[in-house]
Ligand binder design. Structure first.
Ligand SMILES: C[S@@+](CC[C@H](N)C(=O)[O-])C[C@H]1O[C@@H](n2cnc3c(N)ncnc32)[C@H](O)[C@@H]1O
Ligand SMILES: [Zn+2]
Length: 280
């Protein structure tokens, strides 16, 4: 992680600011090791291999989430599956050169500020956000609960020369202060995130009033065989919603949906905090 993130970091348990100690940095200023202390909880969150780790307790994991803890999944994810995923799921050509500008267009990173790629896996959206942020003042953070995914994400970011902080945390317990974030992106992860209500609640808490919430989610199939297959996936912890159900879920947590674009099963969704003037 980088010191750019420090002012926005809080203890995920009590939301108090954290104090950095024993930090070791590299020539680029990345904090490779150290401790983040919460004085109120008397807890230390370690930083190692450049990753701030807020998860030390065992978490209830679904079968889908367990597979993302395997180093093999982390290695193969962006090398073997991700480049083809949207083309297969939308049934139309959907390479990164189409997907990533679409996501960035909805996010509007030229506003600057702090951007989160939540449940980031190998950090595809985090890198795209960092690239489009360019020289605008701001910072990008990739968050996931799988350490192998984060280690791979950090490797990719460093190879690309991008300054991105990586944090191990739950989407339902972000170590980020309230109303600090200009944009939250969740690419393909809402389907397996677990407690959707708590995840949307956290996104709402950390977003600034003018913040933007961009998700790419797999929609509920329209055909009976597709629905049967998705019911099977549900037993492994993967849930699918129709566009209207997702809009209602967002609304229940104080978001107003301003745009939805659906291509086959692939659904891009832009939601704004309901008190944002643009959201009316
Ligand atoms: C489908 S992959 C994400 C894809 C990635 N965002 C992309 O666009 O390439 C799902 C990821 O979500 C993470 N994940 C699932 N549930 C999570 C949770 N509750 N909190 C944090 N990460 C979670 C998994 O570890 C996995 O890396
Ligand atoms: Zn605390």
């Amino acid at each position: 992680m980088y010191s750019d993130l420090l002012p926005a970091l809080v203890c995920p348990a009590c939301h108090q600011p954290l104090t950095l100690a024993h930090d070791v940095r590299d020539a680029q200023g990345e904090i490779l090791a150290g401790q983040l202390a919460c004085a109120r909880c008397s807890v230390y969150y370690p930083i190692y291999e450049g990753i701030a780790d807020f998860l030390d307790t065992p978490r209830p994991l679904t079968p889908a989430q367990v597979t993302n803890e395997w180093p093999f999944t982390a290695w193969v994810y962006e090398r073997g599956w991700r480049p083809f995923a949207l083309t297969l799921l939308s049934r139309e050509p959907f390479p990164y050169r189409r997907e990533l500008p679409l996501m960035a267009d909805l996010m509007q990173t030229q506003r600057g500020g702090l951007y989160l790629d939540v449940a980031c896996s190998n950090g595809l959206y985090a890198r795209a956000l960092a690239r489009t942020l360019g020289a605008a003042p701001g910072h990008v953070v990739g968050i996931d609960h799988s350490l192998p995914m984060l280690l791979q994400a950090r490797r990719f970011a460093r190879e690309a020369g991008l300054r991105i902080s990586y944090v191990r945390a739950e989407a339902q317990g972000l170590p980020i202060a309230a109303e600090r974030v200009a944009g939250v992106a969740i690419g393909g992860s809402l389907n397996e995130i677990g407690d959707l209500d708590a995840c949307l609640e956290e996104a709402r808490r950390v977003l600034q009033p003018a913040g933007r919430f961009v998700t790419m989610t797999l929609a509920r199939a329209a055909t009976r065989p597709g629905q049967l297959f998705q019911s099977l996936m549900a037993t492994g912890g993967i849930t699918f919603w129709s566009a209207s159900v997702l809009v209602a879920q967002f609304a229940a947590h104080g978001f107003h949906t301003v745009e939805q674009r659906q291509y086959g099963l692939v659904m891009f969704h832009l939601a704004l905090p309901a008190n944002n003037a643009l959201a009316v």
